[in-house]
Design a protein around this ligand. Structure first.
Ligand code: HAM
Length: 438
């Protein structure tokens, strides 16, 4: 019997070309987070199951968790998201941490989902969270980071949209619904753009037989920001949520154009821990209709660890939909497709030692250099390998060149050749080398 060489369903292997893309893709937000003063953290992939059963999402706990009993009879789960872990980490050290805390991480997660466009079982997320402030300024900062990340890929503001709301609007508008019905209606609202209106109606009938519910949902999702204050005054909507939302909008008005920021009461977000602002960032490209980022405020999650409550807000940005976004809008720089550095070809097998010497000089200068291992192969063959590998430069090491103290450099993109004095090789190649430029 032969064993399949494919990765586990819904997960991916990353070969060097894929890794180069992934590193570049996460390098952009990493840089942004650093410039905003966020510190990086990491955590284990396994967590005690209570982290999720206490307060996460019913869908995740009941349908999507990878869970098992370890050899010591502990119930554990592979992390499906970062927020409960982050809350645990901060709660554990709350007495020695200085608030507000600005934190980010890049990690992999697993959810037992049906793999499809934009959805996998193993995916990566950037998580950005700001803990220790309940102010609208914290919400505005976190949303601004999301916008700035997309702009830093070279996306223009027409390419994406930040939809925001506040969990308390939904909770107050539908306060008559019992907890379970409320949850199901919220989940259905989150799904509404991915299903037909017939499917929506059918699902709603299964949730509730109340004939007025459909109209109330229609009224709720058509609310505009300017409709909120009178409804808050009449007590139909939570007034603290309305004033907070208007404040967030005001704070962002100078930095983010109106068309990019869009109030959308239909955003509910399925996690039980959200307590206030919620938002999602969408690609405006019609074929990538799942959220790129999802986040919100969770002011009562840290309290489950028996320590003090710490207000917090943050988001997760997934790599699968983000990659679709980058490809849809052609945002990856061409050089990401090619490995950096040079390939050193040798005129004869005896020159291998000289190849090593030159390679070592380049590496000392911060340039990646790969030396032909089978110099007995015809010279043309070595060149072919250099070309197939997609490296930018091939260096030609021959007896005559060595005697003159030069190396022939061939630009594999333009075909141009130039003899460069050995001692000037690094400074000649450096401006073109991506490793050195990073
Ligand atoms: P989430 O909406 O579940 O939120 O995930 C955030 C993003 O991760 C999504 O918008 C999507 O891009 C990506 N994502 C989620 N599940 C999958 C999947 N199965 N396959 C591919 N991509 C996926 C959270 O996880 C919250 N913990 C985010 C957060 C951080 N809230 C506050 N701080």
């Amino acid at each position: 019997m032969s064993i399949s060489a494919r990765p586990y369903i819904g997960s991916r292997d990353f070969y060097p070309d894929d890794m180069r893309f992934r590193e570049w893709m996460f390098g952009v937000p990493r840089r942004i987070c650093k410039t905003y003063g966020y510190g990086e953290y990491a955590s284990p992939v396994l967590e005690p199951i209570e982290l999720y059963t206490a307060k996460s999402s019913e869908e995740i706990v009941n349908e999507q968790l990878y869970r098992f009993t370890d050899r010591g009879d502990r119930e554990v789960a592979i992390r499906p998201e970062m927020t409960p872990t982050l809350a645990r980490m901060v709660a554990a050290k709350i007495n020695s941490l200085t608030l507000p805390l600005r934190l980010y991480s890049i990690a992999n997660f697993m959810r037992y989902e049906r793999p499809g466009r934009g959805r996998l079982r193993e995916f990566f997320q950037l998580n950005v969270d700001l803990l220790g402030s309940s102010s609208a300024t914290a919400d505005a900062e976190v949303m601004m980071i999301a916008v700035e990340i997309l702009r830093s890929y070279g996306a223009s503001d027409e390419h994406f949209m930040v939809r925001f709301s506040d969990r308390r609007l939904f909770d107050s508008f539908f306060s008559d619904l019992d907890r379970q019905t409320g949850r199901l209606v919220g989940r259905l609202l989150d799904k509404r753009e991915k299903i037909s209106s017939e499917e929506f109606d059918r699902a709603l009938q299964e949730i509730s037989t109340d004939p007025s519910l459909r109209d109330r949902i229609a009224e709720f999702i058509s609310l505009r920001l300017e409709d909120l204050p009178p409804l808050a005054e009449s007590g139909r909507l939570a007034s603290d949520a309305v004033s907070h939302l208007l404040e967030v909008e005001r704070l962002l008005a100078d930095a983010v154009p109106k068309g990019v920021l869009s109030f959308d009461p239909g955003i509910v977000r399925g996690f039980d821990y959200y307590t206030g602002l919620i938002f999602e960032v969408y690609d405006n490209h019609p074929e990538n209709n799942r959220a790129l980022f999802g986040g919100g405020r969770y002011d009562r999650l840290l309290g489950i660890y028996g320590k003090q409550e710490v207000p917090a807000v943050g988001f997760g940005m997934g790599d699968v939909t983000l990659e679709n976004f980058i490809r849809n809008h052609n945002l990856a720089p061409a050089e990401v497709a090619h490995p950096e550095g040079v390939y050193i070809t040798l005129f004869s097998p005896e020159l291998f030692g000289q190849g090593l010497r030159i390679a070592s000089m380049l590496r000392q200068g911060g340039i990646c250099a790969e030396v032909a291992l089978e110099p007995t192969k015809k010279f043309g063959k070595q060149f072919e390998i250099a070309q197939k590998k997609g490296r930018r430069f091939a260096l030609i090491v021959g007896e005559d060149e060595i005697a003159k103290g030069i190396v022939r450099v061939k630009d594999l993109q333009t075909g141009e050749q130039k003899d460069v004095v050995e001692s000037e090789l690094v400074s000649y190649l450096l401006p073109e080398d991506r490793i050195a430029r990073k």
